[in-house]
Design a protein around this ligand. Structure first.
Ligand code: ZN
Ligand code: ZN
Length: 142
């Protein structure tokens, strides 16, 4: 999905404490919001992410921490967190291959990018309405 974004690449952001920095050098899609119980536990009520080629992403991490989880699909996700403040940064998995899923809340350019899909709407908090224009999925997690 191509969007006419006004913010230039690369997109750069950092975690709450500033020790972990992330740079994304390509436009990646789809932009996904996930409502699964793991996303609730690791971040907040809404977590937004995008899968990008690993070659297009640089994470600068003096103190990154790792934690593996098993997704509903059975896929093992290798999650990366800032060791300074605990912010969720990204994850990889064998199934994703040469891609890395980055949390778009750290990337200011994504403020302009519409949400394309919502995953795990079966677990969505009832106070949240469907995001306009976003395709709804009962489950899904790659
Ligand atoms: Zn941090
Ligand atoms: Zn999720």
């Amino acid at each position: 999905m191509s969007n006419a974004l006004t913010s230039p690449l690369p997109d750069r952001g950092s975690c709450l404490c500033g020790q972990t920095a992330i740079e994304v050098r390509e436009t990646c899609s789809p932009h996904i919001v996930c409502h699964c119980s793991d996303c609730h536990a690791l971040s907040a009520l809404l977590i937004s992410y995008v899968a990008c080629p690993i070659s297009a992403v640089t994470i600068t991490f003096p103190c990154l921490r790792y934690y593996d989880t098993v997704a509903a699909s059975g896929n093992i996700l290798h999650r990366q967190f800032c060791g300074g403040c605990g912010a969720n940064i990204a994850h990889t998995s064998d199934r994703l291959g040469e891609k890395i899923v980055v949390d778009t809340a750290r990337l200011p350019r994504f403020k302009e990018v519409p949400i394309d899909m919502e995953f795990f709407v079966k677990d969505k908090w009832q106070g949240l309405k469907p995001i306009e224009g976003a395709k709804q999925f009962e489950m899904m997690h790659e």
